[in-house]
Design a protein around this ligand. Structure first.
Ligand code: CP
Ligand code: NVA
Length: 306
């Protein structure tokens, strides 16, 4: 049966760790000039309703390096759900390509693509989740810290798509995660419940607080993201005020472990959610995360599309 990655909940712990380890192996092989062209002749359709640098370039480069080809479908090309129904887009693409990657506004669009396609569907960011980002991020944590289970991780900011996938992956992998957010901007209840359920069998935990210092106290990883996500830019001014006490700056990072790492999915608004000296400082691993998008997604495509 075909497999999708619509949510982190589509993976079990072993599968998640296999992708991380395969990503590390593919990274080492690439540095030695070794290529595994195991997806020779395969085509990945890449649907984008929103802009992208990392997701577009890493998927297109990744499928190319595995011997296949990516087709970029821009927002105005197919106008999914407007020019043509989501179901018909999924059924047509399934007759031609070996996989579909989609970046959408509504999460239900990716779900519907997956339900109607006979080929694997990968969520390249929806309003609810960003699972591919979090595969790369845990590869990065594993490379930098040598372990994942028992890591203490604080997410500071909006309870958004990135926060949701981080929470679910933390629950799955036994990470102790804390989220500090302004009142009214927390993660969705459904995601909190799923994370608690996953954490109860992995030994992980999830704590929510309005206090960023409490969240960061003694952590190994500090993670933040933009205050206004794609589709929320008209709220940017209001959010700038609400989120002002949640900036990741040197005063806040002093509460973390001395060897903490700073993470951000990018793109970042320097001087807003994070100061320049933190994001460009010695603890920052932002470009490793970005690089690992390529390797972990190659591992993911091999798992789903081979
Ligand atoms: N982190 C990330 O998904 O970046 P893009 O929006 O540039 O794809
Ligand atoms: N939360 C951000 C992530 C961008 C990669 C957004 O959805 O815009």
């Amino acid at each position: 049966m075909k497999r999708d990655l619509v949510s982190i909940r589509d993976l079990n712990k072993n599968e998640f760790m296999e992708i991380i380890k395969d990503g590390i192996r593919l990274k080492e092989e690439r540095k030695k000039g070794i290529r595994e062209t195991l997806l020779r002749g395969k085509v990945l359709a890449m649907i984008f309703e929103k802009p992208s640098l990392r997701t577009r370039v890493t998927f297109q480069t990744g499928i190319y390096e595995l011997g296949g080809i990516g087709i970029y479908l821009a927002p105005l090309d197919i106008q999914i759900g407007k020019r043509e129904s989501i179901e018909d887009v999924a059924r047509n693409l399934s007759r031609w390509v070996g996989g579909i990657m989609a970046r959408t506004y509504l999460h239900s669009t990716v779900v519907s693509l997956a339900e109607n396609a006979s080929v694997p569907v990968i969520n390249g960011l929806s309003d609810l989740e960003h699972p591919c980002q979090i595969l790369a991020d845990f590869q990065t944590i594993y490379e930098k810290k040598d372990y994942i289970e028992g890591i203490k991780l604080a997410f500071i900011g909006d309870g958004n798509n990135v926060c949701h996938s981080l929470m679910l992956a933390s629950g799955l992998l036994g990470v102790n995660m804390r989220v500090a957010h302004p009142e009214g901007y927390g993660p969705k209840e459904e995601i909190i419940r799923s994370t608690e359920k996953l954490a109860s069998s992995s030994g992980g935990s999830i704590t929510l607080t309005f206090d960023p210092k409490e969240a960061v106290d003694g952590v190994d990883v500090i993670y933040t993201d933009v205050r206004a996500s794609m589709g929320q830019k008209d709220e940017a001014e209001k959010r700038r005020k609400v989120f002002a006490p949640y900036q990741v700056n040197e005063e806040l990072t002093n509460y973390a472990e001395s060897d903490y790492i700073f993470m951000h999915c990018l793109p970042a608004c320097r001087g807003e959610e994070v100061t320049t000296n933190v994001i460009d400082g010695s603890h920052s691993v932002i470009y490793d995360e970005a690089e690992n998008r390529l390797h972990s997604q190659k591992a993911l495509m091999l798992k789903l599309m081979k």
